[in-house]
Design a protein around this ligand. Sequence first.
Ligand code: PEP
Length: 256
Amino acid sequence: MRKPFVAGNWKMHGSKAMVISLASDLQAGLGSIKGVDVAVCPPAAYIDLVKTALGEGFVQLGAQNIANEPGQGAFTGEVSVDMVKDLGCRYVIVGHSERRTLFGETDLDVARKTALVLDAGLTPILCVGETLAQREAEETEAVVAAQIRAVLNQVGVVAFENVVVAYEPVWAIGTGKTASPEQAQAVHAFIRGLVAEQDEAIAARLIIQYGGSVKPDNAAVLFSQPDIDGGLIGGASLNAVDFLAICNAAGDACSE
Ligand code: PEP
């Protein structure tokens, strides 16, 4: 049985005061939540501050992105995987659609970053998903397959033992439009099937989160789908009450 995993992507939001307050509220509220792994991914500038505010609880830290280069070097403005590891991160989001569309990251860039994260001993949260135009052109499976296969080709299926996949239809991110549970389940099952083509046991253990306008009122029905193992949460992760409710929904779905 897979343990659901909920991660909050805070994107480029916050201030020192705001992230301390949010992390403290999460720390206080998450104590009673069972049956779910939880992480938050603050802006890189605040990771250290959030770590201190979270203290020794079970909430893990993640980074939203890393440089596409190993080690250190003359890459002004970049943050390396070793740096976010040094700050205490266990997870790194790779291939978020905002990185792909706004910053031009290709499937190959994403595959390379996934390999860097794995080489550092951290867990990538690999985001995949189609745009509205691609869905309407019935290209969802082809797009998602290309995104997943680029990473499989780079790191090999065995490495997927330590990969989390997040299916995030681009048209549902930050738009208030959520994929229906059936739409999401169909793509999750398709992704699991892609990995199963190479290793059924690893596919069966693979955590596949759903992301795209998950809110407290739709989380339970999404998480109750057989191939949806929690969520990657954007907007709602900036509100402690909402994020805690979503974590609770994932824990409840697990114990059903
Ligand atoms: C995201 O950015 O990964 C995301 C899912 O955002 P939202 O929950 O706001 O749609």
